[in-house]
Design a binder for this molecule. Structure first.
Ligand code: MSP
Length: 663
């Protein structure tokens, strides 16, 4: 009988800067799932790759004076090196600059055009250069910025091709609300309310303003816009509409596309619409995870990025703690759907508690006792006791629990289940007290039973852990005397698989305990230095923009001094500040403006606590027409700057009296 197949994909990454620990999450998660399915006997296709076209790449290459292809080649090499280092064992790597992918995308575009789903029109609207996305006014955030990256948008107009989305709205709504396509399903409501209910807008799918893209075959002024190009990778890599591969029938539809929340919309709405238009089956699951965030200077949580100077270098972390510890930490912290804050302290404590004290200790104590009391080889005489069954059953039940969690793509849940078994095993040692049994010659058979149960329990636990920590588990098997055939998946539902006279081999400590204080001090010093380096590079050359801050500064159209005179900027003092209910972005500020006071609502709640603001002097646009934000009246606007570290209020020297006019 042919094996069951399993097809899993990561997003294809933009090679616009070196990968960081945030990128590692999706890849390591997919790798672990792929390894788990391989272990279960599936014929697995694990696809990853790079999304190499677009304006951002074209601009960056031009800045460096090299071709876009030369530019991406360099970074793709770093991605591949990182995946090798992190033991991300993909089956296929797609680059959107590969000829076969280009062929597929061109054919898809033409087919959609021939079917009447793609038509030529003109686009005018708000455009976010870094995200390469047009936005409607209603989609912009409360500051009128890009709803995804919160950077300023510019007005843009161009001839473009559009993909008709409306014919698919009903089917997509059903897909999101009535099937388990989207994991976690809680996100479906947000998508339906924000994008489907207001009416699915047609998607702009070509560009004429840059060249670094796949040419539209029947209109060479245009290149295919990023999402049709990027999303098609999942099927071009299997040979859909190309001759390079021949696995489409075998692997499509995908079992799991895993993505982070910022690209959920494209995978939950646009990708199904494209497949519907192409009359192809839809993928089975879209698993959406949050971001690995990093506590910023003000304690606020921000998506990890280079411009924040907070890149946590996966190579550096791997060198310090071992790749498996890093894999374990990021997988264990991130719940599907939620963000996970990266902190050195949480990471080190987790490594110490779960890996050094929990798992490492379990293995080293068991092996050491087998060595001490039996010279490494267990005798075959046994004496079981009632107390054993609870431990044995807990371990056996873990196999089912992990299966349930993995079927729902809940890696954190799977790891929690396995570490419950680790704790249970350590408790079993405390309950049975082998060191007491070891002192009594008449208890040798009982001692052998206890140690055997522990070793066989470790066999099951470590096999379940092997997809997540592939480097360490073979070391555990070596130490605990488990052979390759003992750790087959099919044998996990049976207890007592190891040979009765199993022989252990003492080995190196699996996870050395880390001195938390010393380590944090060292890491903080490294981070400080990295941040200082990043900053000094920025000031050395203003052009040396970081990857996430690559938009060109574009001024609004020129105005005259008379135009400027229409704007009244005045100094005011913040008397009180409070969060507005049901909004995580808005603060209500009461101001002393030297004119009897006023109330202003400002979208800075993510960047400042009320306490940080009260008593400070600021600048306001004093003659701005009042508006209501979330039902609260706002009379004017406070001046703030968009910086790579988020929004910063422009504070004013305390010596300037309130009410003073700024010009
Ligand atoms: N090229 C598109 C994807 C096209 S898929 C058809 C893209 N690339 S990306 O490199 O910007 O991001 C790739 C993935 O990495 C996204 O899911 C993104 O959200 C994820 N991450 C980037 N930074 C991350 C964190 N800090 N934490 C978790 N995931 C992160 O989007």
């Amino acid at each position: 009988m042919p094996k069951k197949t399993f097809y899993i994909t990561t997003p294809i990454y933009y090679p616009s800067g070196n990968p960081h620990i945030g990128h590692c999450y999706t890849s390591v998660a997919c790798d672990s799932i792929a390894r788990y399915r391989r272990m279960q006997g599936y014929d697995v296709m694990f696809l990853t790759g790079t999304d190499e076209h677009g304006l951002k790449i074209e601009q960056k290459a031009a800045e460096k004076g090299i071709t876009p292809k030369e530019y991406v080649d360099e970074i793709v090499a770093v991605f591949k090196k990182l995946w090798k280092y992190m033991n991300v064992d993909y089956d296929r790597y797609i680059r959107t600059t590969d000829d076969y992918h280009i062929e597929t995308v061109q054919k898809i575009f033409k087919e959609l055009y021939d079917k009447g789903y793609i038509y030529k029109g003109e686009y005018s609207g708000k455009y976010c250069t870094p995200c390469e996305s047009f936005w409607t006014d209603s989609q912009l955030d409360e500051n009128g910025c890009c709803p995804e990256c919160h950077r300023p948008v510019t007005f843009a107009k161009e001839e473009a091709y559009f993909f008709k989305m409306s014919p698919f709205a009903d089917r997509i709504e059903k897909l999101l609300t009535e099937t388990d396509y989207l994991q976690p399903k809680t996100r479906a409501v947000e998508l339906v309310n924000n994008f489907i209910k207001p009416g699915l807008e047609d998607l702009c799918v070509s560009r004429t303003t840059f060249k670094w893209g796949i040419p539209v075959t029947f209109d060479d002024k245009h290149v295919v816009y990023v999402w049709i190009d990027a999303l098609s990778n999942y099927i071009s890599a299997l040979g859909f509409l190309n001759e390079t591969y021949n696995d489409y029938e075998k692997f499509w539809p995908a079992d799991v596309h895993m993505v982070a929340k910022d690209i959920m919309r494209f995978h939950a709405i646009i990708w199904p619409a494209m497949l519907m238009a192409l009359e192809q089956p839809l993928p089975k699951h879209l698993a959406v995870h949050g971001w690995i965030t990093f506590a910023g200077k003000n304690g606020e949580s921000q998506k990890m990025s280079k411009s924040l100077g907070n890149v946590v270098d996966p190579f550096m972390l791997g060198e310090r703690y071992g790749v498996d510890a890093i894999r374990y930490h990021i997988l264990r912290e991130m719940a599907l759907g939620a963000d996970s804050a990266f902190s050195n302290e949480i990471m080190i404590n987790r490594i110490n508690s779960d890996l050094a004290n929990g798992l490492g200790n379990l293995v080293s104590r068991t092996v050491a006792m087998a060595d001490k009391y039996f010279g490494g080889t267990l005798p075959t005489e046994r004496q079981a006791e009632e107390i054993d069954s609870d431990f044995i059953n807990t371990v056996l039940n873990t196999v089912k629990d992990v299966e349930t969690e993995m079927d729902g793509t809940r890696i954190k849940g799977a790891l929690e289940a396995i570490f419950k078994a680790v704790d249970r095993a350590n408790k079993y040692i405390d309950e049975t007290q082998p060191w007491v049994l070891g002192k009594d010659e008449s208890k040798k058979a009982r001692l052998a039973s206890v140690l055997y149960n522990l070793l066989d329990g470790i066999r099951i636990i470590s096999t379940l852990l092997s997809p997540f920590m592939p480097e360490t588990m073979p070391k555990v098997w070596e130490q605990t005397g488990a052979s390759e055939s003992d750790v087959e998946y099919d044998k996990l539902s049976t207890f007592g698989v190891l040979p009765e006279n199993v022989t252990v081999h003492k080995g190196a400590i699996l996870f050395p305990r880390i001195d938390v204080d010393k380590e944090i001090e060292e890491l903080n010093a490294i981070i400080e230095k990295n941040m200082a380096d990043a900053k000094s590079k920025l000031s050395e050359s203003e052009k040396a923009e970081s990857s996430d801050n690559s938009e060109k500064i574009e001024l609004a159209p020129e105005i005259t001094i008379d135009d400027f005179a229409k704007i009244e900027i005045r100094v005011a003092k913040i008397i009180s500040a409070e969060k507005i209910k049901k909004s995580d972005k808005l603060l209500r500020l009461q101001l002393d403006d030297g004119m009897g006071g006023r109330q202003v609502v400002s979208g800075i709640a993510q960047y400042y606590t009320p306490e940080e603001l009260v008593g400070k002097k600021i600048q306001i646009i004093a003659n701005l027409k009042p508006v209501k934000l979330r039902g609260v009246e706002s009379c004017g606007m406070i001046c703030a700057a968009d910086t790579p570290d988020g929004v910063k209020v422009v504070f004013v020297d305390d010596s300037i009296p309130v009410g003073s006019k700024v010009r």
